[in-house]
Design a protein around this ligand. Structure first.
Ligand code: B3K
Ligand code: ZN
Length: 876
């Protein structure tokens, strides 16, 4: 195998040939599916006559090829490693090919594969080339007509994009259905599903009066688990009409649940294919978090119908054009249907932990990368989540009304086209009249900007000077960074009144909650008429994806935690306060000094527990300590043991000091009402379970009894899982083992619940976590070819910080073993799973050597391009 070569954005050229219409016929067979393709091809008007036709194709056995009905001789085309090349073609022609593929051997889950006996496809980004020879690039958009032929008994249901137009019986117990999709689309949006599926049906009438049939297709035993997804879909359809004026454009919208799927879901036109974990819910089997995740993903895929499908990406470098915008859209949707502050807190804590870590590691890349080896490696937190943060900044910069006008302009101007990030930003610039040229740098510059801020109050003149200095650390391939346009939303909170003071900047009144714009490397902002000494509340609601440093005292933070008018920053002040205390304790642990708890944190918690909360879910967040991963993110060098010990110490100290408060909060938030995934109930459950986690941290007898009873009450999965996790993560194996056994037996038939059963065990802090992983890999419910199982067992273990980072390196070795095996089975999953090993620079020398040793061992294998790219970066 030759070394995989990078592809560069700067090499982009429009396609020489486009396909206006695509006719496909699939004759399904697990070992030998025949795919006939008839492509209506035209030379691009600007391209010279005589340009060769180049089609992508991988792992295809070509059986026949003809142009305008004339079979080609063997000297008239060439098969290469990457596809098919025909030297001489007319300006317009019909290309017929027939290939054979083997879905049953496809463990990569890209192209056409089998999952639980059913056929399904995943084509984004480059899976269609494993189905037939085609210009597999998003800027070739065609209408599709697809005939699927299957066995009438085994595959009674035959689905593809668009509308069914014909069906019938065929000899030999076969049957067929023909589908037509009138909307031109790139082949990455093609989908086919065939199998013994059952449907749940509902309807939706669009604002324009179109009656749309909604179907969710599942295996029979899952028929009772689709209500929430269906309700979420309808809410999302209405929301997109009301918020963005976007209506659905076909008479049928289908969702299919499959068990083997690399990602959460896929937005294929009219036929979304979902990982069953991202669509199925039931109070007995899914937690509140799972209900919310399903709602968000259903909405996300639906929103892609406009942001992604009707207007798509010119090339894969523009991936964030559709993903960043669509994540932003689904985030706003979820904020509208749930507790908005909690949604933001959850988004940001995840972002600051995981995306910041990506930015700080060897695979850091811009939201629009300028080169890649394997696009499958770029479905990242940077492309998705940082992309969404950029769109959010844009919305805040230009204001909602201009943003909405810009969005209308974008959808109208580019409907049916494949475009770029500049096209999107240009619409926003035109609609708002703003110059967004410096802002565009956010897309091309990798890394997390850091802002050092300091401020000074001049009592005599009532002036507050705020100095902001920005720098973005070097990232691989980008040593020098330019200043960005960073919008900082802020307030000045008066220390006497506890209120936001009016902001006057350069004679202009900004209200009490304003936005300042940092353009330069360093800028001073002088606020006048400041009546009292303030504490600044900066980057409210996380107004930019940056690290902001301000020399807050612990008193300042305690003050902001109670007085800041911005709910997000109240939470953040609490997190900062806890982090300062944790810093001291980490140092104490390292130096072998006795640990002393910071009384200010205890008092802050006491006050939180005493107040009558207006949003219980927010309170639950405020009572949650920064995760070990987030604490690690703040440390120059990660000491996993010290972090774990310090966090445990804080948790236990709080539990000891405030035991009765936690008990009271637990009792006050129990309820017997039937489960509903509604904000108020979710808030109560989170609060109750956070309180219980404190009690369990000190293994309080009453707490243990409450956990045991909560598990046995078996009221809903949220409570059962919370209780089981606390028992399994405690030292009370006498209680944990029978509970685990009972749970495992009860749910042995349900793969999604078994995923949770796996994760709970391997994330326990006890030192047997690794042995459990090894033992569970032989469990009948585990399978290396099912990505959900790999994530639930191996992925979850790699997040178990103290055990994955065991000083003997056994955690690393286990991960590397699995990665090596998966490299052959599923390269996309293998390349994702290896991520924790690539972050070796953050650890001590011993661990660095152990981690690098495993990376070297992986490098010694015959690697897929996916893993090759990641490993080369990690060892560069
Ligand atoms: N667009 C899909 C991504 C699937 C790509 C897998 N290689 C999921 C989503 O973002 O909606
Ligand atoms: Zn998406």
């Amino acid at each position: 195998m030759s070394e995989p070569q990078p592809i560069y954005l700067s090499d982009y050229r429009p396609p020489a040939y486009r396909v206006t219409h695509t006719e496909l016929t699939f004759d399904l067979d697990p070992a030998a599916t025949r795919v006939k393709a008839r492509l209506h091809v035209e030379r691009h008007p600007d391209r010279e006559a005589g340009a060769p036709l180049e089609l992508d194709g991988e792992q295809l056995a070509l059986k026949a090829i003809a142009i305008d009905g004339q079979p080609l001789g063997e000297d008239e085309y060439a098969l290469t490693e990457r596809g098919l090349r025909v030297e001489r073609v007319p300006a317009r022609f019909l290309l017929d090919t027939e290939v054979e593929i083997a879905p049953e051997d496809n463990t990569a889950l890209e192209g056409l594969y089998q999952s639980n006996g059913m056929y399904c496809t995943q084509c984004e980004a480059e899976g269609f080339r494993r189905i037939t020879f085609y210009p597999d690039r998003p800027d070739v958009m065609a209408t599709f007509s697809t005939t699927v032929i299957g066995d009438a008994g085994r595959e009674p249901v035959l689905l593809s994009n668009g509308n069914p137009v014909e069906r019938g019986e065929l000899p030999g117990g076969r049957h067929f259905v023909t589908w037509e999709d009138p909307h031109p689309k790139p082949c990455y949006l093609f989908a086919l599903v065939a199998g013994d599926l059952k449907k749940v049906e509902d309807g939706f009438t669009t604002a324009g009066g179109r009656d749309v049939t909604l179907q969710i297709w599942v295996e029979e035993e899952n028929l009772g688990k689709t209500d929430h997804a269906m309700a979420s879909l309808k809410r999302a359809m209405r929301w997109d009409e009301e918020t963005y004026g976007r209506e659905y454009d076909l008479d049928l919208f289908m969702i299919v649940a499959v068990n083997d799927f690399n990602m959460g879901a896929m937005e294929n036109k009219g036929l979304n294919i979902f990982n069953s974990a991202a669509v199925l819910t039931h109070p007995d089997t899914a937690t509140d978090a799972a209900f919310q995740r399903v709602e968000g993903i259903v909405a996300h895929e639906y929103f892609h119908n406009w942001s992604g499908n009707r207007v798509t990406c010119r090339d894969w470098f523009q991936l964030s054009l559709k993903e960043g915008f669509t994540v932003f859209r689904d985030q706003c949707f979820s904020a509208d249907t749930n507790s908005a502050p909690v949604k933001r807190i959850e988004e940001v804590s995840f972002f600051r932990t995981a995306q910041f870590a990506e930015d700080a590691g060897p695979t850091a890349h811009p939201v629009r990368p300028d080169h890649y080896i394997e696009i499958g490696n770029f479905y990242t937190l940077t492309i998705y989540e940082k992309g969404a943060e950029i769109v959010r900044m844009l919305r805040n910069l230009v204001g909602w009304d201009a943003f909405r006008r810009g969005s209308d302009r974008y959808f109208e101007r580019f409907d049916g086209q494949a475009v770029t990030i500049e096209d999107f930003v240009a619409c926003m610039a035109e609609a708002s009249g703003r110059d967004l040229s410096q802002f565009l740098r956010w897309y091309d510059q990798a890394g997390t900007p850091e802002i050092d801020a300091h401020g000074e109050y001049d009592y005599a003149n009532g002036v507050y000077r705020l100095v902001l200095r920005q720098r973005t650390p070097a990232t691989p391939g980008q040593p020098d960074k330019r200043p960005l346009h960073i919008p900082i939303r802020l307030g000045l909170v008066g220390t006497k009144t506890g209120r936001d003071l009016p902001l006057t900047l350069d004679g202009e009144a900004l209200g009490t909650d304003g936005v300042i714009h940092l353009h330069e490397e360093e800028q001073e902002f002088v606020f006048t008429e400041v009546a009292e000494a303030p504490v600044p509340s900066l980057a409210r609601n996380f107004s930019a994806p940056v690290k902001l440093h301000f020399p807050y005292s612990r008193e300042d933070l305690a003050f902001l935690q109670t007085h800041d008018s911005d709910g997000f920053n109240r939470w953040d002040a609490g997190q900062r306060l806890a982090l300062l205390a944790l810093d001291d304790l980490i140092a104490a642990h390292r130096n072998g000094v006795e640990k002393v708890m910071d009384g200010r944190v205890v008092e802050a918690f006491r006050a939180l527990l005493a107040a009558e909360p207006d949003d219980k879910a927010v309170l639950a967040e405020m009572l949650t300590l920064p995760s070990e991963a987030y604490i690690a993110e703040q440390q120059p060098l990660v000491d996993v043991d010290a972090i774990h010990a310090a966090r445990q110490f804080v948790k236990q100290s709080l539990a000891l000091a405030l035991r009765d408060d936690f008990l009271r909060v637990y009792e006050a938030n129990r309820r017997e009402a039937p489960y509903a995934p509604e904000p108020e109930q979710i808030g109560e459950r989170s609060l109750k379970n956070v309180a219980l986690s404190y009690l369990m941290s000190i293994e309080d007898e009453e707490g243990i009894e409450l956990a045991r009873r909560q598990f046995e009450a078996d009221h809903n999965m949220t409570d059962v899982r919370a209780a089981l996790t606390l028992l399994v993560h405690s030292s009370r194996d006498d209680l944990a083992d029978p509970a685990l056994r009972a749970f495992g037996e009860k749910w042995a038939h349900d793969p999604l619940v078994m995923d949770q059963w796996f994760s709970i065990q391997v994330s326990r802090p006890q030192s047997d976590a690794l042995e459990r992983v090894k033992f569970l890999m032989d469990h009948p419910a585990f399978s290396l070819t099912n990505p959900n199982k790999v994530r639930a067992l191996i992925g979850a273990f790699a997040q178990n910080r103290i055990n994955f980072h065991r000083a003997d390196g056994e955690g690393y070795r286990l991960l590397a073993d699995v990665v090596i095996e998966l490299n052959r089975l599923n390269p996309e999953i293998a390349a994702r799973l290896v991520t924790p090993l690539t972050r070796w620079q953050r650890f001590d020398e011993t661990r660095q050597d152990l981690m690098k040793g495993e990376l070297e061992r992986i490098r010694g294998e015959a690697l897929s391009p996916n893993l090759y790219e990641v490993i080369e970066k990690a060892l560069a």
